[in-house]
Design a binder for this molecule. Structure first.
Ligand SMILES: [Zn+2]
Length: 441
């Protein structure tokens, strides 16, 4: 069993040392997000329109545009986030953290964040298992206070965006929520927690990934990205969550050149990063949001099932997705990372891999250089040989799943044709059929 020690990031004010916290009893008095405190509770609700926006702004331009009732990004995320700043819920003022662009060709961004890891003992993390069962005795997002939650986020049942400032919480349907990260690394740093009450472990599934893509599309700003870390790739909480924040410059990974390696029938294009220190794949194309989501989630599910840790960056308002298998934690556990890099205590999760280096020591910040950033990220990357193997696993998974999807939709069409004159079939379950990764020898 491989383990590493690290200081976990505190994402909620209710996250305490393990063992310190009792079980959440009925009426636990902390106004938490668990069933004990949800009776009669209200939270804002943003219901997005489930349009199948095209990956590359294509689609029907004739689609009528209605002004949303509330500007999602500016008014809701930033407004609610600022409100929590006023309430003193954050552990430090992220706007006071020094940030600079490191000179060089790539424009790595360095941030000095001395407050993020303080007052916490290092904890052991198992890093050799990407899939681990949910453990209700550990910190999870049902334990956060309701004041840390900004709003509920779900698909609208009608064909319109809705906003309800005071919506009750449908416990039976387990709402997806957006909450603050009390240790932000940038302005507007939030967490998207799909179906929070279902207590899903940290693993990508089709429905949750599509929700994350919808959030990126809904935000509609190229500066708002979502990220995901699997277990073994620096996720520290085994409760399904995505992170997101606002950074008004391009990430170096977004500027890296790419080479196309695969086209799927539905228009999804897969490319490979070139000249970037971490090897990875980019998913994009003239396709629907759902097709893009399906391809990426098939790839992620196959990595999970093959026990390969990975990170995901959703950028360009949900039109481009970077998938980065990694092996840093494994190398660290095996004693293969140089002490000089370990001393920096930088955890190369999705943001660092994308080029936003969060540094904990002043000297590392002052001496930050492109060469050092590169050296760190090169240790995160799979070797060329291993990356090739992993790519083959992914390509098999996405192409076989694509074939399967085609069969399903053909059957579905026949089904619809047979039913055409009968009652309307509004089931769209075909898109949600899950695909297991093929077992490879
Ligand atoms: Zn409670």
């Amino acid at each position: 069993m491989l383990r590493i020690k690290r200081v976990p990031t505190i994402v909620s004010n209710y996250q305490k040392e393990e063992g310190e916290e009792g079980a959440c009893r009925v009426g636990c008095g902390r106004n938490c997000l668990n069933t004990c405190c949800l009776q009669g509770a209200k939270l804002p609700l943003y219901a997005f329109k489930r349009v199948n926006k095209c990956g590359n702004r294509g689609g029907s331009s004739a689609e009528e545009y209605k002004e949303p009732p509330v500007a999602f990004l500016d008014s809701l995320i930033i407004g609610e986030w600022e409100d929590r700043v006023q309430k003193g819920l954050f552990r430090y003022d992220v706007t006071a953290c020094e940030t600079k662009v490191i000179p060089g060709n790539y424009g790595f961004i360095a941030q000095l964040n001395e407050g993020r890891h303080l007052k916490k003992r290092p904890t052991e993390f198992r890093v050799d298992k990407v899939l681990q069962p949910f453990d209700g005795s550990k910190f999870n997002f049902t334990k956060v206070g309701q004041e840390e939650v900004l709003f509920q986020f779900k698909a609208s049942e009608e064909d319109e965006i809705h906003f309800f400032p005071d919506a009750s919480i449908d416990v039976g349907n387990s709402p997806s929520v957006v909450a603050i990260n009390v240790s932000p690394i940038e302005y507007g740093h939030v967490l998207l927690i799909p179906h929070v009450l279902e207590c899903l472990p940290q693993r990508i599934d089709h429905e949750s990934f599509l929700l994350a893509l919808y959030m990126a599309a809904e935000a509609g700003s190229p500066y708002f990205r979502l990220g995901y870390n699997s277990l073994g790739a620096f996720a520290t909480i085994n409760h399904l969550h995505f992170q997101a924040y606002y950074l008004a410059v391009p990430f170096p990974i977004e500027k890296a050149s790419t080479r196309k390696v695969m086209n799927l029938d539905d228009g999804v294009e897969i490319s490979e990063l070139l000249g970037y220190p971490v090897r990875g794949l980019v998913f994009e194309g003239l396709c629907t949001l759902e097709d893009l989501s399906t391809a990426v989630s098939d790839a992620c599910i196959c990595l999970q099932n093959s026990n390969i840790p990975y990170n995901v960056l959703i950028s360009d308002s949900g039109r481009r997705v970077f998938l980065l298998p990694q092996c840093y934690a494994e190398r660290q556990a095996l004693g293969e990372v140089s002490p000089e890099l370990l001393d920096t205590q930088v955890n190369p999760a999705v943001w660092e891999i994308s080029g936003h280096m969060v540094l904990k020591r002043k000297e590392d910040y002052e001496e930050a250089s492109e060469e050092k950033a590169w050296r760190l990220l090169a240790e995160v990357s799979l070797s060329e040989e291993r990356f090739k193997e992993v790519k083959d696993i992914i390509f098999d998974a996405v192409s076989s799943a694509a074939n399967e999807n085609e069969l399903i939709s053909q059957n579905d069409q026949e089904h619809h044709t047979n039913q055409e004159s009968g009652t309307h079939n509004n089931g769209s379950s075909a898109a949600l059929v899950s695909h297991e990764c093929l077992v490879l020898h």
